[in-house]
Design a protein around this ligand. Structure first.
Ligand code: SAH
Length: 397
């Protein structure tokens, strides 16, 4: 199998002007444009041979002639070839085989940089795989046909869908098998879900919150639950399956709310115990406060408010006011989960945001747990930028 599209063309030779060798050898995954002496005009996805200031080879990667990340490193101290890629793919698979059994058939099989396969994501939904390529360099580098062959060989998967970025003109294309015609069913911790791989957000489901959904399940018995930014109801169904008396899901996207109702029904839960509301979460909270409504367990899992570094100040204020508004409708002694998926908000910043929100709501909180992303979303130790998910559980007086 040949996994690298540009394997047969000459690699681009680049030279570092900064001393970053140690970092790169420790697994730092990117080379920024201003670390390099020259950035020649070559096709996106060309292979790169990276040299240090003294001209020794530091490693190999893939090239982006335009963006701020000029090189994504594939190998430092190892040769970049198909055997290396094959061993990275097989290592990724053996980790997931250790993590999951037949009770969880939806998960992230390949997590880009975290699995040493930069810019390549593969999510599994039972017998369907969804591939995503993060930008022009990965799109020019990875041979998705070869990845599909590997999926067929190792997992007998014959339905492979390549999903394009959300700003692309079309949603994606079938690499193997037909385009997914409707939602695909899978299980997570034995709970049934279905996801729309083509029209849904990301690849169709947010696997990164799996363990946090289970945590909410543990705490849900006998409680009235509010799930804000619920998407297709992940947290809601876990709460319902674990004895919540009543669950309200809120999301701006109407199709997601319809899907949440279907996921609820898929698990045989009583329809009148789930209220799926297509609304803006900020407005919903304002009205709920005016009506003096409260819930005993609230999940707040908004989209990233800081997609880039320059948004951080504004995003911090938005998270704070959102969390305060949610705390205002939490019953005394209630539990709230506050989450952020923005890589630009660090764990330390997130603690501060939560603290300010609790103080502004004039409440007092105890931390029950501080969590993040699960092991099928790994990241290099040296690159905490890729530890994007934060999830803090609080009991609030
Ligand atoms: N908690 C979900 C994932 C949430 S993703 C899960 O476990 O699957 C973030 C969601 O926020 C998306 O579904 C998006 O439609 C929704 N969203 C974005 N802006 C919103 C707003 N202002 N009010 C309500 N929902 C919003």
């Amino acid at each position: 199998m040949q996994f690298i599209l540009t394997a047969n063309t000459d690699p681009v030779r680049l030279k570092l002007v900064r001393d970053r060798t140690r970092m790169l050898k420790q697994g730092w995954p990117w080379v920024y444009r201003d670390w390099l002496a020259e950035t020649p005009n070559a096709p996106a996805g060309s292979r790169v041979v990276l040299h240090d200031k003294d001209n020794s080879i530091v490693g190999f990667g893939m090239y982006d002639p335009i963006g701020p990340l000029a090189v994504r490193m594939c190998a430092a101290g190892e040769r970049l070839n198909d055997e290396l890629i094959l061993s990275r793919l097989d290592t990724a698979l053996s980790l997931r085989r250790a993590l999951f059994d037949e009770r969880t058939t939806g998960y992230r099989l390949i997590a880009g940089e975290g699995d040493g396969l930069p810019g390549l994501t593969c999510d599994l939904y039972a017998d369907h795989a969804v591939l995503k390529l993060d930008g022009d360099a990965p799109a020019g580098f990875w041979d998705v046909e070869a990845i599909a062959d590997w999926l067929a060989d190792r997992l007998s998967i014959t339905n492979v869908f390549l999903k394009y970025r959300s700003d692309a003109k079309t949603r994606g294309r079938a690499v193997r098998g037909p385009m997914p015609a409707g939602p695909v069913q899978f299980v997570e911790n034995g709970i049934r879900f279905q996801a729309d791989l083509v029209q849904g957000q990301k690849t169709g489901f947010f696997f990164d919150q799996r363990e946090n959904r289970a945590r909410i399940g543990q705490l849900a018995n006998g409680r009235q639950v509010l799930n804000l930014f619920a998407y297709t109801g992940g947290f809601s169904i876990y709460a319902g399956m674990n004895g919540a008396t009543d669950v309200t899901s809120v999301d701006l996207a109407k199709p997601a709310m319809e899907e949440a109702d279907r996921n609820w029904a898929l698990n045989g839960l009583p329809p009148d115990h789930h209220h799926a509301i297509a609304a803006d979460a900020f407005e919903f909270l304002e009205q709920a406060k005016a009506q003096k409504r409260t819930w005993d367990l609230i999940v707040v899992d908004p989209p990233s408010f800081a997609p880039a570094e320059r948004h951080v100040v504004k995003a911090t204020a938005s998270y704070q006011s959102l969390f305060t508004a949610a705390l205002n409708v939490l019953s005394p002694g209630g539990i709230i989960a506050l989450s952020s998926c923005s890589s630009h908000i660090s764990q330390a910043m997130f603690y501060d945001i939560c603290e300010t929100a609790v103080s502004k709501a004039r409440r007092q909180a105890t931390i029950l747990g501080v969590h993040g992303q699960p092991a099928d979303h790994p990241f290099p130790l040296i690159c905490r930028e890729l530890q994007y998910l934060k999830f803090i559980l609080l009991r609030v007086r």
